[in-house]
Write a protein that binds this ligand. Structure first.
Ligand code: PMP
Length: 405
């Protein structure tokens, strides 16, 4: 597909901000949504909407068909072994909280350890800390290298007979590092330990199979993969999900409810209490179709070009400090400018119509590791163009000339 044709499917990118056409370089926070995603949500809403799985009538059945069809699409997209291993949640955050709670209840006891990489988003740190406190366990940090990489040898030295789980990201939302997931899961499984992979920044950029990388749990969000917000996925291996207690109680997750005791539904419904974001899931189905239509070869090639071009532009500017210099990167570039606070730079860029992210990016331990308050983060989607990178570089040079005496 032609890039400019793809871009046309994202009408919001025609927006003017402060009188200038917006350059949206914040897709790691949330990507824009294409027209087909909105049409899929609209189709369900306007043409036949009913509540799912309550099977009483035509409209409910038709909505259920769409909803369960998307579960099949996701299974195929990440190459899971079965549809029962795909749980709908409201986002990566909820997916990780679900595992931390339910896996913790089933498998973690006093004195146990959970290893968490230091490059994690807060949503892959705090749920483990909360669970550890409840279960009398301990969270052990796995430091990253100066170049922003996770060294499997360091992990090997951290695993003890008390380790029950290793939690880490596929791609870092600050450093852009693509972690060697297969190598990490292999060494972890060799020691009888399970892994949770946070795929929030990988799912929209890289093709992979959860079976091939041998993830025990894999979490991601629809709104970072061109789909609607309020929908997330948890993939979990069937035997683990079956051994774990439900996370929330309510409708749909039960088999039979009596005041003398309740029995729970089968997978995946056991983990899907209450009415989910039905129309959002329909939109996610269209987002998956879009990603498949564009194809990961084109996505990878285009985004690598954007990363290389942006890095080359930044290298020409004196005083740029990069964070994350791994040989394999995806999606984001984080940097600071000597003598300039990232927030000041971000505010001025915004006034020039350039949308970047500044701050700690919900990854305080990464900031602490580098001893900085935050970074400027540029992140890409399939719709960004090389011309936009030129506009960003020009604006950044202007910002520097204003802020640096
Ligand atoms: N993990 C990573 C790596 C992320 O980038 C994000 C979103 N910034 C999250 C988790 C949380 O995702 P959500 O807010 O969609 O739950």
């Amino acid at each position: 597909m032609d890039l400019y044709e793809i871009r046309k499917q994202f009408p919001v990118l025609k927006q003017e901000v402060y009188g200038k056409q917006v350059v949206y370089l914040d897709s790691a926070a949330s990507s824009q949504k294409n027209i087909d995603v909105l049409l899929a949500e609209r189709h369900v809403t306007l043409d036949f909407y009913g509540n799912i799985h309550r099977g009483a009538h035509y409209m409910a059945d038709k909505t259920t068909e769409v909803f369960e069809g998307v579960r099949d699409k996701i299974r195929d997209f990440i190459q899971a072994g079965s549809r029962e291993e795909i749980i709908f949640t409201k986002g990566t955050t909820e997916s990780i909280n679900l595992v931390a709670f339910s896996f913790g209840e089933a498998f973690i006891g006093p004195g146990d350890e959970i290893i968490v990489s230091e490059m994690e988003h807060h949503s892959n740190i705090v749920p483990w800390q909360m669970m550890a406190q409840r279960r009398g366990a301990r969270v052990v940090p796995w430091p990253f290298t100066d170049s922003g990489e996770l060294d499997p040898a360091t992990l090997r030295s951290l695993i003890t007979p008390r380790t029950k789980m290793v939690a880490f990201c596929h791609v870092s939302n600050v450093l852009g590092t693509v972690n060697p997931v297969r190598e990490i899961t292999a060494l972890t499984h060799d020691r009888g330990v399970k892994v949770l992979i946070d795929g929030a920044q990988a799912i929209q950029h890289l093709p992979f199979s959860v079976q091939e990388i041998d993830a025990d749990f894999y979490a991601f969000s629809s709104h970072k993969m061109y789909g609607p917000n309020g929908v997330g996925i948890l993939y979990g291996k069937r035997e683990l999900l079956e051994a774990m207690p439900p996370y929330q109680g309510g409708g749909e997750m039960i088999s039979e409810v009596r005041f003398s005791g309740t029995t729970f539904n089968e997978l995946p419904f056991k983990f899907e209490a209450g009415t989910p974001h039905i129309t959002g899931v329909a939109g996610l189905g269209a987002a998956v179709d879009f990603l498949k239509k564009v194809g990961f070869d084109q996505i990878r090639a285009h985004e690598q070009m954007l990363i290389e071009k942006t890095t080359a532009c930044l290298r020409q500017i004196p005083g740029i400090i990069f964070y994350g210099q791994a040989p394999v990167k995806s999606g984001v570039i984080s940097f600071n400018i000597e003598g300039i606070h990232p927030y000041d730079a971000g505010t001025l860029l915004d006034k020039m119509g350039i949308a970047v992210r500044t701050g700690h990016h919900c990854a305080d331990p990464v900031m602490a590791r580098f001893g900085i308050p935050g970074t400027i983060r540029v992140s890409f989607g399939i719709y960004n163009t090389p011309e936009e990178i030129d506009r960003f570089a020009e604006a950044l040079n202007k910002v520097i000339s204003i802020l640096r005496p």
